[in-house]
Write a protein that binds this ligand. Structure first.
Ligand code: ADP
Ligand code: MG
Length: 355
């Protein structure tokens, strides 16, 4: 098992770098404790696979260090690092049976046949592969093959870290649910450091204790699912996480107070008057807005009832605002005023929370 540290890591696929966009990863610092469950979350192209491949040793970073248990492994290859990596698309031996595919990573590890057999059956059971153990892997569907891939990654429980790169992409939706919670269960059982890469917030938030949100090659926030929801440190986190995401509105700052459409907005964070931002905004999640007698004047544009709650689309002078309201609540029609819960209203300067 290993604690993983990344120090001042950056990576470019180009030989020469001229501007910011030439870097796939920019100044990444991470401290992951031994046995933790972590997710790397971000949209396609933000650098997740690059980061994973640097941790596993498939890629050498342009700058910076990778440490396992405080030992520099930056120059070691994947085998020397003793890790298991599960890729987005299945990597299996087509000509072998499902059983042999699962047993393969366990061979040459001084395990008795009985131990190997027990382990293979346990993994097969978990992944619902028991009935296909004798079949040749080549005959399986894409998601069947990916289950073998997962099984091969999970079979060895003595590795430093198990990494998953969007492993459920080719899995059918019903099984996605099952596997997601099985992976979580497995983590609790075997207590290995696990890193799970995904662009899907639900996958990240259900699997991980700590979620690392990435945006354009940078880490914009690391936190528990609750922290990311309640206090987004970057407007990207606000709107990427949550459904619908956080409302972001341009604001002015006067005497340390945010002003939207001429109305003073109280924020949870204090605004330092001296800071010099080229762009200032406030962020408030749809869950923390209510209709009131005064506040920001809006026009009601649309009400969608999902059964459990209503999503109300409104518009003020500065932009659109979505509100999430209990389905039993009555929604005004035409014009209304909105009030924001101060505790969850934040001011942002150049996209970052003002601190
Ligand atoms: P993600 O896994 O989050 O989708 P990647 O790590 O694959 O993101 O990619 C990050 C950036 O690096 C993207 O701009 C991508 O185009 C670029 N990139 C990824 N792999 C290569 C490669 N082998 N050669 C050149 N550029 C690459
Ligand atoms: Mg990727």
């Amino acid at each position: 098992m290993a604690k993983i540290t990344l120090k001042n890591l950056s990576h470019s696929y180009l030989e020469n770098q001229n501007n910011d966009s030439d870097w796939a990863l920019k100044n990444i610092n991470i401290d992951w404790k031994d046995g933790g469950a972590y997710a790397l979350l971000g949209p396609s192209g933000c650098g997740k696979t690059t980061l994973l491949n640097i941790i596993s040793g498939l890629l050498t970073p342009t700058n910076g260090e990778v440490l396992f248990n405080d030992e520099d492994v930056t120059k070691l290859n994947p085998v020397e690092r003793d890790i298991a990596q599960i890729f987005q698309f299945p990597v299996i031996y087509d000509t072998m049976t499902v059983y042999d595919n699962l047993a393969f990573p366990l061979k040459n590890r001084n395990l008795s046949d009985v131990e190997i057999d027990t382990k293979v059956k346990e993994i097969a059971e978990m992944l619902e592969l028991t009935l296909t153990l004798k079949n040749r892997a080549s005959g399986l569907t894409a998601d069947g093959k990916q289950k073998i891939s997962l099984g091969r990654g999970l079979a060895r429980s003595d590795v430093n870290v198990i990494m998953f790169d969007e492993p459920l992409t080719v899995i059918d939706p019903h099984l996605k649910w099952v596997l997601r919670s099985k992976l979580k269960e497995l983590h609790q059982k075997i207590n290995r450091t696990m890193i799970y890469v995904t662009h899907d917030q639900t996958e990240a938030l259900t699997f991980a204790d700590q979620v690392v949100v990435m945006h354009e090659g940078e880490i914009v926030q690391t936190g528990t699912p609750v922290e990311l929801f309640e206090k987004p440190k970057h407007t990207f986190v606000g709107h990427f996480i949550g459904s619908p995401g956080m409302n972001i509105l341009p604001c002015k700052i006067q005497n340390g107070t945010a002003i939207v459409d001429g109305i003073k907005i109280s924020t949870s964070n204090r605004i330092n008057e001296k800071s010099n931002f080229s762009k200032t905004e406030i962020g408030i999640r749809p869950e923390f807005i209510s209709f009131s007698q005064e506040g920001i004047p809006v026009k009601i544009k649309k009400v969608s009832n999902t059964g459990r709650y209503k999503i109300v689309d409104t518009e003020c002078k500065s932009g659109k605002i979505k509100i999430l309201s209990h389905s039993s609540k009555k929604i005004p029609s035409g014009s209304a005023f909105l009030s924001f819960d101060k505790k969850y209203t934040y001011a942002y300067g150049d996209s970052r929370i003002i601190e």
